[in-house]
Design a protein around this ligand. Structure first.
Ligand SMILES: [Mg+2]
Length: 374
């Protein structure tokens, strides 16, 4: 199944490129700023519209391209966004990628209230072939994956608020950006529809390095299925005495102060980015106490973490088990992706990781972190 991985890596790259175009093209930006001033006069709806357009376009592009190459898989591509977009005239347009640039531009033209230039620019980028060498580690990979037994979760632009704010001057502390464009990621995760296990993940960081005022992205991937584990990097988790942890700035004080008992705690923007920090060992764990992340946020990073010996557990379920069994090594409950956590969840939260989570790089870190709660 190396061809699926190769396809997803290239699609993530195309998505990253679109994200860079949307940010950098004056035409698009002016259009949206104009909409804000003329129509909404309110930051929230501006943010909402921008998010929806960028996200919907990228998600539909990925679905369209997957359908071209893996026909039956497209119906099992899931994400946060629907492909409906309401323009400023109140017309609802179904955004879909058409077979040619001009047909796609026609669809986008309706969304963008007849801004032909912007519509053409985006349509051209949506249809452009991505030429990239994915490397022999990918092309030589042998993986028995039954295509009829997998699904895909996409987060087209995780960390949207950072993407919109567009801060280019953020500086990292100990390798971690607390905010800025670096926190926006494209996440594509493949899961087993029977077991719910995340088996393959691609994480693309469209704004990784700013060289000579031009942004360059990077892509990471990981596979963990049956006896095959492989990834774009090979880092051994280093054992630590204390467990450093990353959390959202909105995390409850009672939890962060408990975490401070076992190590240092820092905050950053974007769920995907915080998991990337765990994957790359800038921190040992990522903690969320409540259902604030969704399956589309965690599926791809989870597959990468598994490919290097880590994982993501449901916080609440694992904590309850720990309290009963007194041993987290036996009872860490990994998050699954094939069904909602509970049928009782309301529609908005149907696909949330409802019990919170702990993403970890090594089993030792996981155990030490739970010690703070026992
Ligand atoms: Mg997200």
């Amino acid at each position: 199944m190396a061809d699926l991985l190769e396809c997803l890596i290239k699609l993530s790259e195309k998505a990253g490129k679109l994200a860079r175009i949307i940010r950098s093209e004056n035409t698009l930006f002016k259009l949206l700023v104009q909409r804000k001033d003329d129509i909404h006069k309110n930051d929230d709806s501006f943010v909402h519209d921008f998010k929806t357009l960028g996200d919907v376009l990228i998600q539909e592009m990925i679905r369209y391209e997957i359908q071209k190459q893996f026909t039956n898989l497209a119906e099992r591509v899931f994400g946060e966004e629907t492909n409906k977009f309401t323009n400023t005239l109140g017309e609802t347009v179904t955004v879909s990628i058409r077979p040619t640039v001009s047909e796609t531009a026609d669809v986008l033209n309706k969304v963008l209230n007849n801004n032909k230039e912007a519509a053409h620019l985006l349509a051209k980028a949506l249809h452009e072939e991505v030429s990239m060498d994915v490397g022999s580690k990918v092309t030589n990979l042998t993986l028995e994956l039954d295509l009829s037994n997998i699904g895909i979760w996409i987060d087209p632009i995780d960390g949207t608020s950072e993407f919109i704010k567009g801060n280019e001057d953020s500086t990292p502390k100990d390798g971690i950006y607390s905010n800025g464009l670096q926190c926006a990621l494209v996440l594509i995760g493949v899961f087993d529809t029977t077991t719910g296990e995340p088996v393959m993940g691609v994480v693309n960081q469209p704004f990784a390095v700013n060289k000579d005022k031009s942004w360059q992205g990077r892509v990471l991937w990981g596979v963990c299925h049956k006896d095959v584990t492989a990834s774009s990097f090979s880092l051994e988790a280093t054992p630590h005495d204390s467990v450093d942890c990353i959390v959202s700035s909105a995390e409850k004080e009672e939890y962060t102060s408990r975490l401070e008992r076992v190590g240092s705690v820092c905050t950053s923007s974007g769920a995907g980015y915080k998991m990337l920090c765990v994957i790359e060992e800038f921190t040992d764990a990522y903690f969320v106490s409540r259902g604030q992340t969704y399956k589309w946020d965690t599926c791809a990073p989870h597959a990468l973490l598994r490919s290097v010996g880590g994982g993501i557990v449901d916080f609440e379920v694992t904590l309850n088990k720990c309290r009963k069994e007194k041993d987290v090594r036996l009872s860490g409950q990994e998050i699954a992706y094939h069904k909602p956590d509970s049928e009782g969840l309301e529609a908005k939260n149907r696909w949330s990781n409802s019990g919170g989570l702990v993403a970890y790089r090594s089993k030792e870190s996981l155990q030490k972190l739970f010690d703070a709660f026992l």
